[in-house]
Design a protein around this ligand. Sequence first.
Ligand SMILES: [Zn+2]
Length: 216
Amino acid sequence: MTATATPRETPDEVWEDMRAGNARFVAGEPHHPNQDVERRHVLAAAQTPRAALFGCADSRLAAEIIFDQGLGDLFVVRNAGQVASDSAIASLEYAVAALEVPLIIVLAHDACGAVRAAIDSTALESPELPSNIWRLIAKIVPAARTVLRESGGVDPRQLDAEDVGIVHLRNTIDDLLASSRLIADAVDEGRLGIVGANYRLSEGTAVPHVSVGIDG
Ligand SMILES: [Zn+2]
């Protein structure tokens, strides 16, 4: 028996809809879609999320809320500072290969504590971090060093965490593409787009900064 395939949305279509959902959230007019009992029952058989979201674990970045999505809409992977760890990359590969999501949103945010910790760690007298935290933060340090170099070697504590966060966002997407043949191939074949956005805590806006395989 051949199932009738529902045509999947394109990366651009999904991103357009995510932007619309974010605009509803920003305006305080969310629709809260797909959150009822019927939706829960329909999804029990299988999931077909519309996008994967790879974001910082910060409690203020609640993925479904800020994009006004519901149950089964987003495949969410988060860790402190949205660092492209092995487990994050593997989870995103699953979303692309098995669930065939057409879009990965990489979501950073302003005033990120993990980014701040990476910046502070570049100061000469910085205290040692617990080893597991350091392993995570170390992946953000190259972005801090880039911005530090460009600023002519000011005291690291004076660096703007948002500037470093945007560089880290770009680095993270480069890292995903370099570390995962599966993700890079999906982009090359037009099956997957990646948008890197920075979430502004007070406005609630997800501002796109990087896009790959998508008009953005
Ligand atoms: Zn954060």
